[in-house]
Design a protein around this ligand. Structure first.
Ligand SMILES: Nc1ncnc2c1ncn2[C@@H]1O[C@H](COP(=O)(O)OP(=O)(O)OP(=O)(O)O)[C@@H](O)[C@H]1O
Ligand SMILES: [Mg+2]
Length: 213
């Protein structure tokens, strides 16, 4: 098991994110739902005292806060990942990105083997960062995520048809943390500039004795 200290930090980070998500959901989320309910109750009568504009405004702000807090909860602790696994969680991620950006992402999620908890969450965080990088930096119109595996290893290829990463590109926090997470899974992370765009290849061993589950 490599990089135990970094791995410990990632485990603590995930635990903190989960706690924060639970607090957000249980306290802020509940309070906002009550505010919305109260505002809806007085909405009908507000017109009689000329306050309907203000109440409607407060309601629309509350709806925005509810949406924002739900998105935060999902980002901090993706329920779909814990409940339905990596494939469905990536599909959700793609759906959200495609709604907000003009990027088509192809993904075939049939080929994902059973994974340990750390593998699932580290791969999810890494793929999420790589997809956000494509949206932020690549100017690509198309991207794809492919999974391949055999008895020993899982290989993930993430490709875009954008401007490409410069060969001597310095890593920022995002790519550094992808590299460290893959390192914690005893895997390899490779960036291969293409004639058009970027291909990122991740390979992790599937043997449970070779990585922290
Ligand atoms: N798919 C891509 N296509 C083109 N350039 C890319 C791509 N992914 C990353 N880059 C380049 O690599 C740089 C480093 O990426 P990295 O994710 O480490 O940092 P960042 O996205 O700029 O910031 P953050 O730390 O918030 O993630 C980016 O600033 C960008 O110039
Ligand atoms: Mg980034």
């Amino acid at each position: 098991m490599k990089d135990l200290k970094v791995n410990d930090l990632f485990i603590i980070e995930e635990k903190n994110k989960k706690e924060l998500a639970e607090n957000l959901h249980d306290h802020l989320g509940q309070a906002l739902a009550m505010i919305r309910l109260t505002l809806k109750k007085i909405q009908g009568n507000a017109v009689f005292c000329g306050l309907d504009g203000e109440i409607n405004y407060a309601l629309s702000l509350t709806e925005k806060c509810i949406k924002y807090s739900r998105d935060m909860v999902t980002e901090l602790s993706p329920m779909t990942l814990h409940k339905f696994g990596l494939g469905v969680a990536i599909e959700n991620l793609i759906e959200n990105l495609q709604l907000r950006h003009s990027l088509k992402i192809n993904f075939d999620h049939d080929k994902i083997p059973d994974l340990g908890e750390n593998q699932r969450i580290y791969l999810y965080r890494s793929i999420s960062e790589l997809l956000i990088n494509i949206v932020k930096h690549s100017k690509a119109s198309m991207a794809s995520i492919r999974f391949m595996f055999n008895d020993r290893a899982l290989i993930i290829k993430i490709e875009d048809n954008g401007i490409g990463i410069k060969p001597n590109q310095n890593f920022g926090f995002g790519l550094m943390s992808v590299m460290e997470r893959i390192n914690c899974l005893n895997g390899h992370f490779l960036i291969k500039p293409q004639p058009k765009g970027t291909l990122i290849s991740i390979e992790i061993p599937l043997d449970p004795s070779e990585h922290p589950r």
